[in-house]
Structure formats: C-alpha cells, structure tokens
Ligand binder design. Structure first.
Ligand code: NAD
Ligand code: AKB
Length: 336
C-alpha cells in the first residue's frame, strides 16, 4: 500500500521552509519534501526529505511506486532575476519541471480515482504593463488584465497557469471515458518578505534585503528608484493563502488562478520605515536599469476580490502590522 503524503517541491526555499513549519505544526500530515538542497538542520524530523531534481524522471518513477500524493505544493522554480541570466535553464525547471509534475499528478488522479490537489504559486511577474503612465492609471490589476509578461520567469508562470488549467479541465477528455482530472489551484503572489530567510534571485529582493541589511548594520544600495511601487506580503500571510486555497471546497472556486495581496509600498516608503526602526541605517540607491525595467512592468497593486469572495482570503498583516509586529521585531532579534 502506498503511503499518503503531501509533496512539497522546492521545500528548502523561502516559502517551502515556512510552509513545512506550518504543516508540521499541524501534525496530521506526513510530509515528503524535495529540493536540490538539503533542508536546514532545524527541519530534521519534520519531513522525509529527498535531495533531488524535479527534472529527474527516474526519481519520480520510483516515488510514485512508494507514495500517494494527496496534495502537491509545487514551489521549485528559478526566480525572475536569475531566470533572465539563464533563460533556457529557467524554462526547463519552471516549465518542463511543472509539466512533468502535472502529468504525474493527472495520472495519479486517474489511478486512485480521486483528484490530486496541485497548488502552484504564480506571481505578479505574469503581468507586463507597457509603461509607467499605465502602471499609475491601472493601480489594481485584475487577474485577466495585462497578461503580457516581459521576463522569461513571467512567461513561464503564465504558461504554467494555463497548463494547470488544461490538466484540470481538459486533459485526456478524448482518450479516456470520464477521466478524473487533477485539481489545480494557483495563487499570484506579490513580492514576499520573510523575517527568517533571505531571498535569492528575485527582483523584489530589494525590499527584504533593505531591512535585513539595516538590522545587521550593513550599508545597502537599493537597485530600484525610490518611486518604484509594488505589492508585497509577509511570509505568514503567504502560507495562510496557500493553506486556505488548498483547503477550500472546489465548488467554491470560480477560477483556477487567484490574485492575493496585502499592501502596496514604494522603495522610498520601505526605506523610511527601515530608517524609523534603525535610525543609523545607511541606505542609498544604485539603480540597476535592467531590474528597474522589470519592476516598472509589474503592477503597483493587484485586485484580490475574487479570492476574498470565493475562499475568504484576507491578509492578517497590513503594512503597519507587517513592519511593527512581524518584520522589525523578528529581524532585530535574529541579528542581535
Ligand atoms: P526560493 O528560490 O527561495 O526557493 C525555490 C527552491 O526551489 C530552492 O530551494 C531551490 O533549490 C529549489 N529548486 C530550484 N530548482 C530546482 C530543481 N530543478 N529541482 C528541485 N528543486 C529546485 O523561492 P521561494 O521564494 O521559496 O518561491 C517558491 C515559489 O513561489 C516559486 O515557484 C516562486 O516562483 C513562487 N513565488 C515566490 C515569490 C516570492 O516573492 N518569494 C513571489 C511569487 C511567487
Ligand atoms: C521575484 O522577484 O522573482 C519574485 C516574484 C515576485 O515572483 N519575488
């Protein structure tokens, strides 16, 4: 008999670590985690961890004989800045890796006659606004607005959202009589900020980097203009959104892909909040035009009314609580 597990790919990353903590604290689920990297030492015992590559077909052939994947949180990916430097590798990991996992989940759904729930974090990178005038005008974009990404990562995310919907509603409908489809659900996240981990390879990284550098007394040069405005969310809310969406009855969902957000903030406003908390902090600007171009193409805010209506989404942390109750105290303590 195969063991029922929740599979988390990319589990050693920022969201993965926070999600594993939360699922393990709940205690009812057996967790199987997979990443190119080992889990940090403090995660020992919380999951069965496999150091492996999502592109390794042989590994998954072995895993399906051992495990029944009830829910898959597919987090493994190359983020936006890194993907611009290695676009072909990004395509392989972000698209081909996702495609093979979707196929595996679709086959498992049919074999066990019950849908596997497949949770996929997408991103504001799926949007591509043509210029700053339109970014200022269309302040809260809806899921279907401006789906014209300008990065490899954004293209990968948008396409994988569509692939997920295809596997959820149409896969094998001509070949199999009444196929059991997998249950695909996706979230478009804004930039995420954790008090306990640091990002690598993203374009929203200036937000978390500014705070963590200041708490360590290190100077920081922000790579975007002061007026650059993006939506952000703190990590506990990202985990809350993933779990709420995963648990929501399918009948309540009117979409496969949902925006979720918390607060919109400019680089200058983040800097000011950091200076208020760490008055001696040295934060300058050294604009990287290429990363600036990416941030300019992403929306200043996203409309998450569908998530609020369908599955009761609401962030716990607005900007005040995010900085005053979560980020500043925890980051201060981390480096003390
Ligand atoms: P992260 O970079 O911290 O973690 C990604 C993990 O995936 C890493 O641990 C990496 O080792 C692993 N990985 C990469 N390639 C792999 C492969 N071939 N096989 C196995 N593992 C591999 O990123 P994160 O912030 O935790 O993001 C998780 C997911 O959420 C990603 O899909 C990302 O696109 C999405 N997302 C993140 C943000 C954010 O601001 N952090 C925003 C929107 C969406
Ligand atoms: C990135 O900057 O690549 C991520 C994201 C918004 O998807 N943080």
């Amino acid at each position: 008999m195969r063991e029922k597990v929740i599979l988390i790919t990319g589990a050693a990353g920022e969201i993965g670590q926070a999600l594993v903590h939360s699922l393990a604290a709940n205690g009812t689920n057996k967790l199987l985690t997979l990443d190119l990297s080992p889990m940090p030492a403090e995660f020992r015992g919380l999951s069965t961890h496999i150091v492996g590559d999502i592109l390794d077909g042989r590994l998954f052939e072995r895993l399906v004989t051992q495990y029944d994947f009830d829910i898959i949180f597919h987090l493994a990916a190359l983020l936006s800045t890194r993907a611009e430097f290695s676009p072909e590798l990004a395509h392989r990991v972000n698209v081909e890796g996702t495609l093979s996992l979707l196929k595996l989940a679709a086959e498992q759904s049919q074999a066990r006659n019950r849908p596997v729930r497949f949770i996929f974090p997408s991103s504001i990178a799926a949007y591509g606004l043509p210029n700053l005038e339109i970014k200022a005008r269309d302040e809260y974009v809806r899921e279907w607005d401006w789906n014209m990404p300008t990065t490899m990562y954004g293209c990968n995310k948008l396409y994988c959202e569509m692939l997920g919907s295809y596997f959820c509603h149409h896969y094998q409908r001509l070949a199999v009589n009444r196929p059991v489809m997998l249950d695909f659900r996706s979230l478009r996240f804004p930039g995420l900020i954790s008090a306990f981990t640091l990002p690598t390879g993203g374009t929203t990284d200036y937000g978390p980097e500014m705070i963590h550098a200041a708490a360590q007394g290190k100077p920081y040069a922000c790579f975007v203009r002061p007026d650059s405005r993006l939506p952000f969310m703190v990590m506990p809310d990202a985990v809350k959104a993933l779990l709420l969406l995963a648990e929501s009855p399918r009948a309540n969902l009117t979409r496969d892909v949902y925006n979720v957000t918390s607060f919109s903030i400019s680089a200058a406003e983040i800097r000011q909040r950091v200076l208020d908390a760490f008055p001696g902090a040295q934060i300058d600007y050294a604009i990287d035009e290429r990363r600036q171009g990416i941030v300019d193409s992403w929306p200043a805010g996203i409309n998450d009314r569908a998530a609020q209506r369908d599955w009761g989404w609401r962030a716990n942390y607005d900007v005040e609580r995010a900085f005053n109750e979560y980020l500043i105290p925890n980051i201060r303590q981390r480096y003390e």
